[in-house]
Design a protein around this ligand. Sequence first.
Ligand code: ADP
Ligand code: MG
Length: 248
Amino acid sequence: MTAVDARPMVSLRAVDKHFGDLHVLQNIDLDVAEREVVVVVGPSGSGKSTLCRSINRLETIDSGEIRVDGELLPEEGAPLAKLRAEVGMVFQSFNLFAHRTILDNVTLAPLKVRKLGKDAARAQAMELLERVGIADKAHSHPAQLSGGQQQRAAIARALAMQPKVMLFDEPTSALDPEMVGEVLDVMTSLAKEGMTMIVVTHEMGFARRAADRVVFMDRGQIVEQAPPAQFFDSPATARAQSFLASVL
Ligand code: ADP
Ligand code: MG
């Protein structure tokens, strides 16, 4: 591999963050290569969401460095808006605009931020809705969709910005169990298509199938990281062993 190919898509160096007295991210070093799928697991409160939110600057860090595609995160203004477009984020709650159709939800940001023409934005949106399996819902409003369909719409909306990396923070945690699979299927296809992904999830089956690497966080630290088979079959630390015993 050339040096350029080896450059990580997302890179965190010595990242520290506190909420008051709570040291929520402790000296975090993490590189995510282009096309790599990293699944982040760990107990509630270990800092997983804060880590994700820091990568598109929804949280600011106290010290250290975060780079996306080699660039330090911009602090504000148009460069920050561009970064947020390049780093797609899907949350537990779907965050769709309730009073807009699904099609509008997917075209709004491309029209505004990417300055796509109306026809091009619509064509792209329909293609994405097709890809996540809800093209027939284009003219519905979010409330008319199931949770699984809404989350797939949220994924399509993020993809419409042609992100360099996608962050997923417990994207299936708010879903009824029968809808979890359809969202994980969309994420699995994305992973296979080569999207660079950071996924926080408690879905250990997905982690095993789709992850290139599992990162285990506990109390603000990355305690252990390994390919999924190794992590699940022979976790190296007592903390990971006890976490796995509690979720598997
Ligand atoms: P996880 O996603 O792993 O459950 P979080 O990153 O959400 O963990 O939270 C890590 C810790 O930081 C928790 O103890 C949480 O209560 C605390 N925390 C998160 N956000 C804030 C905030 N805005 N202000 C104060 N404490 C926070
Ligand atoms: Mg969280």
